[in-house]
Design a protein around this ligand. Structure first.
Ligand SMILES: Nc1nc2c(ncn2[C@@H]2O[C@H](COP(=O)(O)O[C@H]3[C@@H](O)[C@H](n4cnc5c(=O)[nH]c(N)nc54)O[C@@H]3COP(=O)(O)O)[C@@H](O)[C@H]2O)c(=O)[nH]1
Length: 830
């Protein structure tokens, strides 16, 4: 062992001593080992490194020494190293890790076999040298750990790293780098040029220019470009790199990262599209959008047309909706906001604003965004649509001619009035006002004059009522006055008389003047009805009674009117259905020449077979048909059907004489009867001489001048004309002379009581004589007995019809009648 020498002995140390000193003071582990592995000598540094004492090593087998004895595998390790050192005759270099007091230590170890001489094969032992590299290794391990963590992060973030040697243009890359470029197995080599080749041509200039700039300034390189990957896919990448300088300040290296940003780019593109789409929507939709923070501040405002804001958009920013809206609407907005917060359901509401003196209407939708709880308020100007709606409402609820409320609105008025009357315990009057002779004026003077009359009527009615009352027009010439707060029915009577008086004044209608009267029916709430339907129906019934009472008068509703009112309503609706559903058919009643009992023709009589009511006699429904003018359609149907039938008989050789078709007053008044007859004859092909038209006396006399005109035209066609119900009207002889007629028909009421009623007999005789003097044929209807026939024959009557000869019978029966050989009657050819 090395011992300290002092003084001159030290100076004169022998080479052996010097060697020992050097051995001991070497700055590394040194141990001499015997060929069988025992420690012969160990230096102080080795003991220091091990924290051991000399005695722990000397003479011990190396693997039993403190550094290795804990781990049994060291014996094999050392033996293998010694063998290797001998077999290869070279130093065996290893890096060892061993533990001292549980703390790992690292060492670079060199094991060399020692021989007696260089060329000797005599092994004398081994020398083991080891340097402690613990510090260096720990630092390296730390760096490695950092690197690993970095790699992990890069890998996770799909970021590749690269390190470009600017001198030889080669680059180290991480595996992620190569994966980004589409290589699943890392490439052996990578250069800047290889990188540029992957960049698509359009993006290359920008990337290269930025690289050159970075190199020139030794600054950073930042780029974004598209690459064509190895697998052909086009991807977006982003990269950045920084320079590393050598000690002389020369840029030798550039290192950085690269990322595949295709998804982000896609997202950005999607976002741009979305923003563009949203922008187009903002432009296309006629709405104003307010984006509002959750505390109510307006963050943004968009308007398809800036003018709709009426202010600069900046005016709104930072303010609350309550601040920019008038207080009442601001409050409405606040209420809706609270409701939205409570229910999380979009709030829709409308409001109106007066802007620059004009009332404008808005529809607002308030909703909350699901992401950041901001609010969106979409406001649409609905002024035009609201005005149109109001106009449509007005049109739907008012009569176009007079501007008065129509039936729809009237019903609402009555319902409201009933509610008020209930609360105030007051009366309501519903006054049904119907012009008496409107149809005559309308038909005689035309629709323009008729319209003028209706307008003037509306104006006169409005002049009679108080402000709180209303006047409505519910159809044709029917007006309803609704009077509220009627506390004293007497006052009501005064008002009605005032109405009637107002109409005493003549109407001046364009070039015409007309005297117009009205029939009035009144129903009262609560006495005469509980709702608008009942009140109107009963007022109508009362009006109908007023009409029957001679017109130009008024009538309060009484309970017994209900039946006739119901009947009236029934006919009004059912007759149209009867036409549409073909519920009519015809009967025929033979007409006989008295002196030889020959059949000269037959009267055509309509029959109505109602699906639920059965047969309804014409005497009941014809007046309603006349009143509603449906007689025009019905009459045309009768004429056409009868003419078709007659033509059929004619073609089949069945003798029938002439068919006598009844024509009602309104058919003549309408003025186109002649055209209708001409059309029907043309359509059916029936010669005019086989047709007879019966016109009632009363209608002819109502407007004789006009009737004469039309009857002349009809006669000119070759048609026979008869005056029906003769004796019931007020024919003046002077007019009778002017009428282009062939026949007078004595009304059945004068025949019925012959021979009992001498007056009737006298009248019948007079009519027969009058006919003879005017050269007219006279026919009597309603002949039921042979006595009546005899009387008429003696009086000189030409023709008869009645149950005595035949009841009116249907087509099948009359055909049988006409063709029966036992029938002694012989038709006369017209
Ligand atoms: N405008 C049209 N008016 C028509 C048409 N069809 C019929 N009418 C008119 O309806 C009234 C009632 O007609 P109706 O019930 O058919 O009665 C007629 C005969 O059936 C009936 N008649 C005939 N003979 C006798 C009889 O011996 N006794 C008796 N009690 N009644 C009898 O008289 C009616 C004939 O009436 P008239 O036309 O006056 O000859 C009636 O006013 C019909 O005119 C039509 O298509 N259009």
């Amino acid at each position: 062992m090395i011992s300290k020498k002092t003084g001159p002995q030290a100076d004169g140390a022998s080479p052996e001593q010097l060697f020992k000193m050097a051995f001991n003071q070497q700055h590394q582990f040194l141990a001499l080992i015997s060929p069988e592995g025992r420690v012969l000598e160990i230096n102080q540094m080795a003991l220091n490194m091990q924290g051991a004492e000399r005695e722990d090593y000397i003479g011990q087998l190396l693997w039993d020494a403190p550094a290795w004895k804990q781990l049994p595998e060291w014996k094999a390790i050392w033996q293998q190293r010694f063998q290797q050192a001998v077999s290869q005759r070279t130093a065996v270099i290893t890096e060892d890790i061993y533990h001292i007091a549980g703390v790992p230590h690292y060492a670079d170890a060199v094991t060399t076999a020692l021989y007696a001489s260089d060329d000797s094969r005599l092994l004398v032992g081994y020398i083991v040298q080891a340097s402690d590299i613990t510090e260096r290794r720990l630092a390296e391990n730390r760096d490695l750990a950092i690197q690993e963590r970095l790699n992990f992060v890069l890998e996770q973030s799909r970021t590749g790293s690269w390190d470009l040697n600017l001198v030889d243009n080669t680059a180290y890359r991480s595996p992620q780098h190569d994966q980004i470029f589409g290589y699943n197995t890392p490439l052996p080599q990578w250069t800047y040029d290889m990188f540029i080749e992957h960049v698509i041509p359009e993006d290359r200039p920008d990337v290269e220019q930025k690289f050159q700039q970075a190199v020139e300034t030794k600054g950073d390189w930042d780029f974004e470009c598209r690459i064509k990957r190895h697998d052909g896919e086009i991807r977006w990448i982003w990269g950045s790199g920084s320079h590393q300088l050598d000690h002389s300040g020369r840029a030798v290296n550039m290192a950085g990262i690269v990322q595949d940003i295709t998804k982000r780019k896609q997202f950005e593109t999607d976002n741009q599209h979305y923003a563009a789409e949203l922008n187009s929507l903002f432009q296309a939709l006629p709405d104003i959008y307010f984006q509002i923070s959750s505390d109510g501040t307006i963050l943004n405002v968009h308007a398809h047309n800036q003018h709709e804001l009426y202010r600069e958009p900046s005016y709104f920013l930072g303010k609350t909706m309550q601040e920019v809206l008038p207080p009442k609407i601001g409050q409405l907005f606040e209420d809706k906001l609270a409701e939205l917060e409570r229910t999380h359901v979009m709030q829709v509401f409308t409001y109106a604003l007066t802007i620059k003196g004009e009332l404008r209407y808005y529809d607002a939708r308030l909703n909350q965004m699901s992401i950041d709880h901001k609010l969106v308020c979409v406001v649409r100007d609905i002024t035009d649509i609201t005005r149109t709606e109001k106009e449509l409402y007005h049109l739907a609820h008012h009569d176009a001619l007079t501007g008065l409320p129509n039936r729809l609105l009237l019903n609402e008025y009555i319902d409201h009035a009933i509610k008020r009357a209930k609360r105030q315990n007051s009366l309501i009057a519903v006054i049904f006002f119907d012009l008496d002779n409107f149809k005559i004026i309308n038909d005689s003077y035309g629709h323009i004059v008729g319209d003028l009359l209706l307008k003037e009527t509306a104006s006169r009615l409005l002049g009679c009522v108080r402000e709180q009352d209303s006047v409505s027009r519910i159809s044709g010439d029917e007006f309803i006055l609704l009077l509220e707060d009627i506390n004293y029915p007497d006052n009501l009577t005064q008002l009605i008389e005032k109405l009637l008086k107002t109409f005493q004044q003549e109407f001046v209608l364009a070039d015409h003047t007309a005297s117009v009267t009205a029939s009035i029916g009144i129903s009262l709430y609560p006495h005469d009805g509980q709702d608008s339907t009942e009140l109107l129906r009963n007022a109508d019934a009362a009006m109908y009674r007023a009409k029957n009472n001679g017109r130009n008068t008024y009538q309060f509703y009484e309970e017994d009117m209900t039946n006739s009112a119901l009947e009236h309503i029934f006919f009004k609706t059912s007759l149209q259905q009867a036409i549409d559903k073909d519920e009519f058919h015809l009967n025929y009643q033979p007409q006989i020449r008295l002196h030889d009992n020959a059949l000269i023709g037959m009267e055509v009589l309509i029959r109505w077979n109602h699906p639920s009511e059965g047969n309804i006699p014409p005497g009941k429904f014809i007046p309603f048909a006349e009143e509603s003018n449906l007689i025009i359609q019905i009459g045309e149907w009768v004429l056409r059907t009868a003419c078709f039938q007659a033509k059929k008989w004619l073609d089949s050789g069945i003798e029938f004489g002439r068919i006598a078709v009844n024509v009602a007053g309104p058919q003549i008044k309408r003025g186109n009867l002649v055209d209708t007859i001409k059309t029907v004859l043309a359509e059916t092909g029936l010669p005019a001489r086989y047709l007879e038209i019966e016109v009632t006396e009363s209608y002819v006399m109502q407007d004789a001048d006009r009737a004469v005109e039309q009857l002349n035209e009809i006669k000119a066609l070759g048609i026979t004309l008869a005056i029906d119900d003769f004796g019931t009207g007020y024919s003046s002889l002077s007019y009778l002379k002017k009428l282009p007629i062939h026949k007078l028909k004595i009304d059945g009421s004068f025949i019925r009581d012959i021979p009992v009623d001498t007056d009737d007999m006298a009248i019948s005789k007079a009519v027969i004589a009058l006919g003879a003097s005017l050269g007219l044929t006279v026919i009597a209807e309603g002949v039921e007995t042979a006595e009546q026939a005899r009387f008429l024959s003696h009086a000189g009557c030409d023709e008869v019809q009645g149950y005595l000869y035949s009841r009116p019978i249907d087509t099948g029966a009359i055909e049988q009648y006409l063709t029966e050989p036992k029938n002694s009657l012989h038709p006369v050819h017209p």
